[in-house]
Design a protein around this ligand. Structure first.
Ligand SMILES: Nc1ncnc2c1ncn2[C@@H]1O[C@H](COP(=O)(O)OP(=O)(O)OP(=O)(O)O)[C@@H](O)[C@H]1O
Ligand SMILES: [Mg+2]
Length: 432
């Protein structure tokens, strides 16, 4: 598109040669004074104004200052004699004028200045467009950021809900296991009370009652009486046995009810609060997690050994640590599927070093190969037929959220695995 130039001078000696020089390249408008120029500027779309400094009424710099205020995009050039250079330079420094050209000007200079002026204007325009694009992109990014933040907090909430659901399922599963044993023990007591000896005892009593009148003769002379006496004598042992069995089953029953209560209490203490970080004893939280798993562990005949040192309280989010422990314990017992039942063992130890409280969960299971060791915390990594490969990833995520970390050690396949969690020890006086 052809650029439009407005030339302003009260004398023909600037206008005529300039018009001749520029007419081929640009579309040219002329004005004889500042007011005329302003009228044209209001009516036409103009890219550049070239004005002489010395004009009656409004000087060139005064005109260009007005143009700068009204149409800042128009490139402004002043043509001066030597005496006015100072004014022109000040105008340039103050931003009202782009360049000045000294009289007498050379054709080459004039063309160069005009060309550069227009290029400069194009640069300013595209910078403006870039700025606008950038600010648009910035806004879009901020918006996207907000969306992501909202999504992240939703994901955290969902993960939390999923964690709770997982824990609840685990608790129900464990309560269910114990309830099955309750039913077995209850049935055994029912069987004992319905046993033959009770029936035989009432038959013997009936025989005794029928012969009550001559009981002495019946016992001494009647073979039935003799057997009756022997039956009564032998009944002591049977009664003792029955007593032992009922007492044993009743005790088992009480233990199991106690186990159910413990699981429920553990679940309650895991879910009441625990959503926010607190300074807590790692051993208390770990005891709770182990209690939730009590029946699953004993059903698999897994011994749990605890070596807990006295350590400072650390910043823990209870539900998260329980979630982590549930995953680690589940992985540990899955790793010991092929271990002989009397060798199955999980060792949980808690100790500290200078800066951290360390919780270690070690098993004696299938171990992890050197090749798999760096992958176990990755999303979706699993070696199990029905595995998801999410458990350890979520553990690592939760540890990071608690400012801690989790790592794994294994001497190799068949050598067991140890998961090590570290929680930074808070500085004295630290607040959550
Ligand atoms: N205690 C362990 N002993 C040996 N290998 C383990 C142990 N814990 C984890 N692994 C390895 O790390 C992998 C990833 O464990 P992760 O808990 O993330 O997933 P998963 O148990 O396979 O599936 P899920 O998501 O259902 O828990 C496991 O498949 C297993 O190969
Ligand atoms: Mg797992």
């Amino acid at each position: 598109m052809t650029n439009t130039l407005l030339l302003v001078d009260d004398e023909e000696d600037l206008l005529i040669p300039l018009r001749v020089l520029l007419e081929e390249q640009y579309s040219i408008l002329t004005a004889r004074n500042g007011d005329q120029a302003l009228e044209l500027l209001a009516a036409e779309s103009i890219d550049m104004i070239i004005s002489d400094q010395r004009m009656p009424g409004m000087t060139g710099v005064e005109l260009l200052t007005r143009v700068c205020e009204l149409y800042p995009e128009i490139v402004r050039i002043i043509v001066t004699g030597y005496t006015d250079v100072e004014v022109a330079v000040r105008a340039i420094n103050e931003g009202q004028v782009y360049r000045y050209i000294n009289k007498p000007w050379s054709v080459d200079d004039m063309q160069l200045v005009i060309q550069q002026g227009l290029e400069w204007r194009d640069l300013v325009r595209s910078k403006g467009r870039l700025d606008a694009d950038l600010s648009h992109a910035h806004k879009a990014l901020a918006e996207r950021n907000r969306e992501l933040k909202a999504m992240q907090s939703q994901l955290v909430k969902n993960a939390h809900k999923a964690g709770m659901a997982e824990m609840t399922a685990m608790v129900l599963h464990n309560v269910n296991n114990v309830l099955n044993s309750v039913i077995v023990s209850g049935q055994s007591i029912v069987n004992l009370t319905e046993s033959k000896s009770v029936e035989m005892f009432s038959r013997a009593n009936k025989l005794l009652r029928d012969n009550m009148e001559n009981v002495e003769d019946f016992i001494i002379n009647d073979p039935k009486g003799k057997r009756l006496l022997e039956f009564y004598l032998s009944f002591e042992t049977a009664f003792e046995e029955l007593n032992v069995k009922v007492a044993r089953d009743a005790k088992r029953l009480m233990e199991m009810v106690d186990a159910i209560i413990q699981v429920i209490v553990a679940q309650q203490s895991a879910t009441v609060g625990g959503l926010h970080p607190e300074f807590l004893s790692a051993s208390d939280v770990i005891d709770t997690a182990v209690a939730i798993h009590r029946s699953s562990l004993s059903q698999r005949r897994i011994a749990v050994e605890k070596n807990f040192d006295d350590v400072p309280l650390v910043r823990i989010q209870k539900t998260k640590l329980i979630h982590i422990m549930i995953n680690l314990l589940k992985n540990a017992w899955e790793a010991m599927n092929d271990t002989a039942p009397d060798e199955r063992k999980i060792i949980i130890s808690i100790n500290r070093d200078e800066e951290n409280v360390c919780v270690k969960v070690a098993d004696v299971g299938c171990g992890i190969s050197d090749e798999d060791l760096p992958k176990v915390f990755s999303h979706g990594f699993t070696t199990k037929v029905n595995g998801h490969g999410f458990g350890l990833e979520s553990c690592a995520h939760y540890m990071r959220e608690m400012d801690g970390e989790i790592k794994v050690e294994s001497a190799g396949v068949g050598q067991g695995a140890t998961f090590i969690m570290t929680f930074p020890i808070p500085q004295p006086g630290a607040v959550i």
